[in-house]
Design a protein around this ligand. Structure first.
Ligand SMILES: Nc1nc2c(ncn2[C@@H]2O[C@H](COP(=O)(O)OP(=O)(O)O)[C@@H](O)[C@H]2O)c(=O)[nH]1
Ligand SMILES: [Mg+2]
Length: 208
């Protein structure tokens, strides 16, 4: 019998815990947590749902810029996922942009329970300035990143390989190659799920 990987079982157990407008409302800073970030519409909610094997976990929506809260999903008593507010969308409220320039860099730098960040991007586009800026904050905070190049179902195999190369080139140039793992992914086609879960399971100290 083929048994499920323990990290898959852990993510399958994800449950909505709370949604708060500011970092001050997050759970106490102990245990282990992973943050999820992405520009509106890259498929952040879909990626969370695919990793947790739970269609309705994070709300997917076609309306960009709507998720302005920090949403906490518990995996077990000591481990959780934090869905950060969407960013890089010009029309979001000023208060949300301020999150990104005040609270978020501080959170990445100071949150002791934070073991890594998942940055979801659309693999059809080169990394945007706001994404590179976030990667720079993670580099400065010495925080590991899983760079999820989502929507790879829209690319040919060759185009996908080129997207990974292009991301690697940017990471090398910014001196973040050692800290950031880029990978192709498709939330809708469930491409790259086991590979992503293996990285996240390591961060969360899941034992094989
Ligand atoms: N083709 C394709 N579409 C996707 C993928 N992931 C998400 N989408 C679509 O992109 C849109 C935005 O998805 P959503 O998860 O709400 O994005 P979010 O705003 O980043 O949370 C929806 O129409 C999804 O169905 C993917 O891997 N492939
Ligand atoms: Mg969303």
């Amino acid at each position: 019998m083929i048994e499920d990987h323990p990290e898959k079982l852990l993510f399958n157990a994800a449950r909505f815990a709370l949604s708060v407008p500011t970092l001050a409302g997050l759970p106490p800073d102990d245990g282990l947590e992973i943050a999820f970030a992405g520009r509106s519409n890259v498929g952040k909610s879909s990626t969370l749902n695919a990793l947790c094997n739970h269609r309705g976990l994070a709300r997917t929506s076609a309306t960009p810029g709507r998720t302005q809260h920090f949403v906490v999903f518990d995996l077990d008593a000591g481990r959780r996922l934090i869905d950060l507010p969407g960013f890089g969308y010009a029309r979001v409220a000023k208060s949300v942009r301020e999150h990104w320039h005040g609270e978020i860099p501080r959170y990445l730098e100071r949150r002791r329970s934070l073991v890594g960040l998942v940055l979801i991007t659309d693999c059809r586009h080169a990394l945007k300035d706001a994404e590179v800026e976030l990667l720079r904050w993670c580099r400065d905070a010495d925080l590991p990143v899983l760079l999820v190049l989502n929507k790879s179902d829209k690319l040919s195999r060759n185009e996908g390989a080129n997207a990974v190369h292009a991301a690697r080139r940017v990471l090398n140039e910014m001196g973040a190659a050692g800290l950031v793992t880029p990978q192709l992914f498709s939330a809708t086609q469930k491409i790259g799920v086991p590979e992503a879960l293996a990285v996240l399971g390591d961060w969360l100290a899941v034992e094989e």
